[in-house]
Structures are given as structure tokens and as C-alpha cells.
Design a protein around this ligand. Structure first.
Ligand SMILES: [Zn+2]
Length: 73
């Protein structure tokens, strides 16, 4: 199971692992395509180096939230 934030409904959705339809491993991050309960698919990117690259430009999310959610594409 994993927790995603749907960019369409803006709600947190708990989805089963089998709803992950694709995972692509990139040098800086992992791109995960998830079939969302809203009926669409969303791509989420996660990874330490991806987060480090984002940090200088964007305000960091609170550690508690980052630990339990993935960043919408
Ligand atoms: Zn959705």
C-alpha cells in the first residue's frame, strides 16, 4: 500500500501496490505511474537526489508529511 495525493481531487488516497502500473528508474529519481481511484493515472517521482535538486528552488515540505506522501508530478 502507498499513500498518494491525487492532483485532481487534492485528497490523500491509499492505494494498493497492484495499482502501480509502471516504475521507471532514472539516475536522479524513480518515476512511478499509479492508477488512481479517481479513474486517471498519475506519475509520482521520488528519490533522495530528486528531492535534493528540488530543495534550493522550492520550500521543503514538513518532514512528517514528506515521510508519508509522494510528490505529485
Ligand atoms: Zn487521481
Amino acid at each position: 500500500m502507498l499513500l498518494i495525493t491525487c492532483p485532481v481531487t487534492r485528497t490523500d488516497e491509499l492505494v494498493a501496490d497492484r495499482r502501480v502500473v509502471a516504475v521507471a528508474n532514472h539516475p536522479t529519481h524513480i518515476a512511478m505511474t499509479v492508477a488512481c481511484p479517481c479513474g486517471r493515472t498519475h506519475v509520482y517521482r521520488t528519490g533522495r537526489r530528486w528531492e535534493e535538486r528540488r530543495t534550493p528552488q522550492l520550500p521543503a515540505p514538513s518532514p512528517a508529511r514528506e515521510a508519508r506522501t509522494l510528490v505529485p508530478a
